[in-house]
Every structure is written in C-alpha cells, then in structure tokens.
Design a protein around this ligand. Structure first.
Ligand SMILES: Nc1ncnc2c1ncn2[C@@H]1O[C@H](COP(=O)(O)OP(=O)(O)O)[C@@H](O)[C@H]1O
Ligand SMILES: [Mg+2]
Length: 505
C-alpha cells in the first residue's frame, strides 16, 4: 500500500474509532450507574413488600370469610331455625347470602337431602371460588356446613401480573447482573471493531483508487521529463485530480509545440546557411560563364553554317540555364536573408485586401473579410511575402483548370482567444494527408521548376510571429492553408528569429 493510502487509512480508523471509544466509555459509566440504580436491594425489598401486601390481603380476606362461616355454624339462631324445619332454615340463611361475596350455604343433614340457600350467581371469570366446610355440633339433624365464597378476581389478577411482569424479570435481571455487563461490553466492542474495520476497508479502497490515479499522473510526468514529449494521461472522473490531468496534458502539449517550433527554427537556420553558401557559390561563376559563351559566339567569323548553328544553340542554352540559375540564386538569397520580424499592431483585413489588389493577374483571387477590424501584431513586409507565397502556390495548384473556374479565396476570421486566423483556399488537387508536414520543409517540391523554399519561408515567418501554420482541405475542394496569429497580448515582443550564421563574403 502506498504512503498516501496508509495515511488515509490511519486517519479514517482514528476518526471512526476515537469517538466510538469515547462513547463506549461514557455509556459504560452510564450503564453501570443505571444498573446500580435499578438493581439494588432497596428496590428488591420494595418489590417484595408490594408482593407481601397482596399476599396479606388475600390471606385476611380468606380468614374473614372463614370466621363468618364458623360464626354462622356456632350461632344459636341457626340451631333454632334448623329445629323449625328446612323452610325456616333456608329463610334464616337469606341475609347471609345477601353478601355478594357469598355464593351459597349448604347444611348437610344426617338423613335426607342437604338444605341449600344460594346467593347471587358468581361467574368464575370474575370470582375465584373457595369453600369452607365447618362441622356442626349444636345443630340437631345436621353434620356439616358448607360455606361457598368468592375472592374478587380483579384484585388477584393484578397481583399475578405484578408477580409475572415485574418481580420475576427483576429477580432474573438481578441474578444475571454480571452477565449483562459482559454482554453489553462484548456487543459494544463488536460494533466498535466492525465500524473500524469498515472504515479501514473504505479507506483502503478509496486510497487505492486515489493512488492509482496519482501514479498514472506521476508516470506521465516522468515520461515527459525523460523526453517523451507526446506522453499524455487519460483524465478520469470529475474532480481536482481530473483537472490536474487535463492541465498536465495542456502543459505537455504546449511543451511539445514549443519544442517543435524551436527545432524547426534551428533547422531552418541551418538550411539558411546552406542556401546562402549555395547562392554565393553559384552566383559568382555565372557572369564569367555567360560572358565566355557570348565571346566565343561573337569571335567566330567563319562561314561554317553547322558550326554557327552549334554556337547559336550553345549560347541559347547557356543563357537560358544561367537565367534559371539566377532565379534559383535569388530564391536562395531571399530565403537566406529573411530579416527579423518587427511587429506593429495591424488590422489583418488590410494585408488581405492589399494582396487581392496587388495580384490582378491571379485568376479568381478574392478576399472574404469580417465587418469588424481584426487586430493582430504583424510585420507587414514579411506577412506580405508569406501571403504572396501562399497565393502563388494556390494559383499554381489551380493551373489545371480553365481560368474561369479558378478560385483563390483569402478568409480572415477572429479567434475566440483574441488571435486571428487567415485561410488561403484553392480549387486545386489539395495536399495529400501524408505530405502535410513534409511540404513545409525546405527543398521539398512537387514541381519540376520548384525550389521547395516557398512554404519553408512562410512557416519561418509565421513561427517568428508566434503563430502556427497548417494545411488541410478547403470547403472549395482544394487545399486550405491556415495561418493562426496569436492574441496581440501574447505576441512575441522580441523577434523570434533563430541565431543566424555570419554572412560569408
Ligand atoms: N495550394 C497547394 N495545393 C497543392 N499543393 C501545394 C500547394 N501549395 C504547395 N503545394 C505543394 O507543396 C510543395 C512545396 O511548395 P513550396 O514550398 O512553395 O515550393 P515550390 O512551390 O517551389 O514547389 C509544392 O511543390 C506542392 O507540391
Ligand atoms: Mg511555391
């Protein structure tokens, strides 16, 4: 695991564990205190006393009823009534059974059926029935008295409930007190461990993800640092790390662009040196060669027609080739002597319009310009040279078409970043995708009389302006050369010309 993931895990575990541990300690104290408050001997005694009160109430109620039964059995009135016959006996019992707690009274006779006097019926769901049997000693003809009475269930049920719901659970709890504390501790420690474990797991997963993305970024940086300028990272997600990746890619792109620019300018500077030397070496002998041939032509005074013809042809060829070479030398010199840019703020529409009016001989040349000015920093002279080269190339590419069908369109567009772009579109065959980088290299030409210097000069001028040039397809079907010039605020203040070799004599 990476250091970051480790730190994250430790932090998360601490953040979850610490408050939980404090909560445990606090609730442990609280638990002990409340257990102590509930499960103490005072409460137990109070509860037992309450049970005792109910028990005493039941016992006294039974005792009272028993005493009533005994009193009745021993009463003189009962003996008198018994002597008067069963009907009188029943009548004597009526006041006793008027008590709602008395169900019935029965006297068991020595002979014959018992004499019974019932009170109000006592349903068993409301009354708990009991019977007291008392032997009769002073009542002739009768042996026992059965006294049936009831205890009110409502009172008893409350007592039973109290026993079942309060006292028994309380006793169980009190007996289990130690166990209870353990269970509480274990369950708390268990939840604490589970929470910490889950936190650690989350931290590990999040940490892994985070470090994976950071590692990718670091690898990308290492690759760029080691010179692999095209290395990029894939931005994942929608957070600051993704922004960082996007920012890194943009930086790498700028690095790559500026490296390509410096490389190109250095190369061009070397080629300029070669062009200068070539121009110099070719130019010097041209005039002596021409003079020598012209002299030879003039000094022949003979009349051999064949020899004169040979001399004529030789002079013609040499004059033509010298002319071509002079043109080449001029191209080389122009390429070699490209001056440093001197920038002034201009409305780009001006140079585009000037281009159209300066080349009435180019068929179909037109400019499409916006209404508002498009301000950029340019070296007017160098920009004119670059545009001339582009327009001439476009015209040459159009040559296969009839004059009426030819089109060279110059378009000026402001860019959202404050810069501007200028397109030169034609209706020729276009530049094949595979050649689009190569055409800007010096001496690369597809024409039998081309020098391949035109686009190299254009690119050098554009780069010196802090801009860039690309070639693609025009909406008109031919090639589209696009020159992008930077926002005037970003224009190079100092000339961007690569160091030039000292001119040789
Ligand atoms: N507008 C264009 N359409 C098609 N091909 C073009 C165009 N402009 C340039 N090229 C190709 O790029 C080559 C290099 O152009 P350039 O550097 O101006 O040199 P040159 O014109 O002397 O050949 C051309 O020879 C041509 O093959
Ligand atoms: Mg050209």
């Amino acid at each position: 695991m990476s250091r970051l993931a480790l730190k994250l895990t430790a932090l998360l575990v601490l953040l979850t564990g610490l408050p939980l541990a404090v909560a445990w300690w606090q609730s442990q104290t609280l638990f002990e205190r409340s257990l102590g408050a509930g499960l103490n001997p005072v409460v137990a005694t109070a509860l037992q006393d309450a049970v005792g009160v109910y028990g005493a109430f039941v016992a006294s109620e039974k005792g009272r009823q028993r005493a009533v039964a005994r009193g009745l059995a021993d009463s003189r009135a009962l003996a008198t009534a018994a002597a008067a016959g069963p009907d009188a006996l029943r009548a004597a019992l009526v006041p006793v059974v008027a008590d709602p707690r008395v169900g019935a009274i029965e006297l068991i006779a020595t002979q014959g059926p018992p004499v019974r006097q019932a009170g109000r019926p006592m349903p068993t769901d409301a009354w708990l029935l009991d019977t007291e049997v008392v032997p009769l000693t002073g009542v002739p003809g009768y042996t026992h008295l059965r006294y049936e009475y009831g205890l009110e269930r409502a009172v008893l049920t409350r007592f039973e409930h109290m026993e079942a719901d309060v006292i028994r659970p309380f006793s169980a709890l009190a007996a289990d007190r130690e166990n209870l504390a353990d269970v509480y501790t274990y369950s708390f420690v268990g939840s604490l461990a589970a929470a910490v474990l889950i936190a650690a797991l989350i931290a590990v997963v999040v940490g892994r993800r985070l470090t994976r993305r950071l590692r990718r970024l670091r690898e990308g940086m290492a690759r760029v640092a080691s010179g692999e300028r095209s290395a990029r990272v894939t931005p994942a997600g929608h957070d600051e790390l993704a922004d960082l990746a996007v920012g890194f890619n943009a930086m790498a792109q700028r690095l790559e662009d500026s490296h390509a620019r410096v490389q190109y300018l250095t190369q061009v500077s070397a080629w300029q040196g070669i062009a200068r030397r070539l121009a110099h070496e070719i130019k010097n002998p041209l005039t002596p060669i021409l003079l020598a041939v012209q002299q030879a032509h003039q000094s022949y005074k003979g009349d051999d027609p064949r020899y004169r013809r040979t001399l004529d042809t030789a002079r013609e060829i040499v004059e033509q080739e010298v002319q071509t070479l002079k043109r080449l030398v001029e191209h080389f010199s122009r390429f070699a002597k490209l001056p440093a840019v001197s920038l002034t703020a201009e409305d780009l529409r001006g140079p585009a319009e000037d281009m159209v009016s300066a080349h009435p001989n180019i068929a179909g040349l037109a400019a499409r310009l916006p209404d508002a000015p498009v301000r950029v920093c340019v070296d007017k002279g160098l920009l004119r040279q670059a545009l001339t080269n582009l327009v001439k190339n476009a015209d040459e590419a159009n040559r296969a078409l009839a004059e009426a069908d030819r089109k060279v369109i110059l378009t000026v567009d402001p860019c959202p970043d404050g810069g501007a772009q200028l397109h030169v579109d034609d209706v020729g065959p276009g530049v094949p995708a595979a050649d689009r980088d190569r055409v800007f290299e010096p001496y690369v030409t597809g024409k039998h009389d081309g020098t391949g210097l035109g686009l190299a000069i254009v690119k050098k001028i554009v780069l010196d302006h802090g801009g860039e040039i690309t070639v693609g397809e025009a909406p008109t079907g031919g090639a589209r050369f696009t020159v992008r010039l930077p926002n005037p605020a970003d224009a190079p203040v100092a000339p961007r010309t690569a160091p030039r070799e000292e001119a040789r004599p």
